[in-house]
Every structure is written in structure tokens, then in C-alpha cells.
Write a protein that binds this ligand. Structure first.
Ligand code: PGA
Length: 255
């Protein structure tokens, strides 16, 4: 069973939520709940919460990630944060190419590729988000879109670096909408991404790659989604903001 060749990872994506005291409270609640998880546990938090999160999760199984990273090493890029700034703090993960960055902040496949390379070169574990819009699914071009996003994001990424990559399949129409892809739809696209990666690298590399599903995953639908052969965990928005809900997802991914 190929699923055993890779680790399931549940990553929270807090987005623009939680002040520092709120972050502290959520992490304190999460620590005992996450302690028994055998899946990977990651919380990607706003920059302002990184230091708090790193401090509070020391010695636990919870890893900390940022939600974005700039591709240049340093310089006149007002408002941006570099990969070195993150690693120096002890940040281990970063999300790149989230659909909200693509939709609202002009992120393109090319900038996703640049951010991916900068993050990997700095030693960050990189969660690359891909996913089609509703009209693209309706036009029947989901595979073309997701295939292109995957290929361009990975341009120049070596097989060795791929070991630090997670791909998150997040259909844009399912994010924050309460509409989840069916387990079959999620598995179909995750499996397609794996085949795409197998062609670019090797079957063994593709079999070892963690591919998450994201988009309204919650305590009710997680068991079915996470049981799919090509779904290795999830990238979780709304349900990562409540420790009890996140805990149900961790338990499901630890089976
Ligand atoms: P959601 O967000 O779980 O709230 O749909 C997922 C994401 O955007 O990563």
C-alpha cells in the first residue's frame, strides 16, 4: 500500500486570524490534543504569531509554519519577509501559492515557483497550493490547470529538494465555502498530481510525496477524505481555528 510510503500531514492555515493572546490560548488548548497524533502536525500562522507559536510549541510535536515568503533574499521590498528571516526564527514550514494569494495579491505560477525555490533553498518545508476555479472545473480543464500549476511550481526543484515539498490540492470553489470536493473528486486530482510528479521525477519520488486535500475539510467529512489512497492529510483553514475540531482531524489522519 503506497500510502505507507509517506507521512500524512495535517496543517492548519490560520490565515489573517488570531491576535497574540488568542494565538497563545489556541496553542495551549491544542498541545494536549495534538500530543498523541502520529500524523505530522503543523500550524501556519500570521507572521506576528510566529515567535509566540515557536516558543509555545518547543518540545512538542507541533511544527510551525508561515503563510507566505518572499523570493528575494533581502532588499527594498516593503512589507515582505524573506526565507532567511523565517529560518532564523526557527520556522520550519511555509505555504506558497495559496489561492487567496493568487486571487487577491497577484500571485502567478511564476512567482509561486520563485517563492518555492527561495523557500527550499533556505531549507524550509514548503506546502505548495494548487487548485482549479469553479468555472475551470465546469469547463473540464481541472487537470490542465492543476497540471500546469504543479509543473511550473516545481521548475528547477531537484529530486532531493522535492523531499521537503508537500503539495496541497485545494479546489478554489471549496475553500471557506462549506462546499467540499467529494472524496472521489479529491482523490482523483491528488492521484493526477502524483502522476504528474512521477513523470517529472520518478515513481518512487511521487510515491514518497505528501499530497494534501484542502477546502472545507472538517470533523464531519475528514474521515472519508483522509481514507482516500492518494490523500495524505489536509490543509485546514476554518477547522484549524478551534482546537477540538483540529483534534478530530488529527485523530482521523493518525489512523
Ligand atoms: P478552509 O480553508 O478549510 O477554511 O476551506 C482551507 C485553506 O484555504 O487552506
Amino acid at each position: 500500500m503506497n500510502k505507507q510510503l509517506r507521512q500524512a500531514v495535517i496543517a492548519g492555515n490560520w490565515k489573517m486570524n488570531k491576535t497574540r493572546p488568542e494565538a497563545k490560548a489556541l496553542i495551549e488548548d491544542l498541545k494536549p490534543i495534538a500530543a498523541n497524533a502520529t500524523c505530522g502536525v503543523v500550524i501556519c500562522v500570521p507572521y506576528t504569531n510566529l515567535e509566540t507559536a515557536i516558543e509555545l510549541t518547543k518540545g512538542t510535536n507541533i511544527k510551525v509554519g508561515a503563510e507566505n515568503v518572499h523570493f528575494e533574499k533581502s532588499g527594498a521590498f516593503t512589507g515582505e519577509i524573506s526565507a532567511d528571516m523565517l529560518t532564523e526564527m526557527g520556522v520550519e514550514y511555509v505555504i506558497v501559492g495559496h489561492s487567496e494569494r493568487r486571487q487577491y495579491f497577484g500571485e502567478t505560477d511564476e512567482t509561486v515557483n520563485k517563492r518555492t525555490k527561495a523557500a527550499l533553498n533556505a531549507g524550509l518545508k514548503t506546502i505548495i497550493c494548487v487548485g482549479e476555479m469553479l468555472d475551470e472545473r465546469e469547463k473540464g480543464i481541472t487537470e490542465e490547470i492543476v497540471g500546469m500549476q504543479t509543473k511550473v511550481a516545481l521548475l528547477g526543484v531537484t529530486a532531493e529538494q522535492l523531499k521537503n515539498v508537500i503539495i496541497a490540492y485545494e479546489p478554489v470553489w471549496a475553500i471557506g465555502t462549506g462546499k467540499t470536493a467529494t472524496a472521489e473528486q479529491a482523490n482523483e486530482v491528488c492521484s493526477f498530481i502524483r502522476q504528474t510528479v512521477a513523470k517529472l521525477y520518478s515513481q518512487a519520488d511521487a510515491d514518497a510525496l505528501t499530497i494534501q486535500y484542502g477546502g472545507s475539510m472538517n470533523p464531519k467529512n475528514c474521515a472519508e477524505l483522509l481514507a482516500q489512497p492518494d490523500v495524505d492529510g489536509g490543509l485546514i483553514g476554518g477547522a484549524s481555528l478551534k482546537a477540538a475540531d483540529f483534534g478530530v482531524l488529527l485523530e482521523a489522519a493518525s489512523k
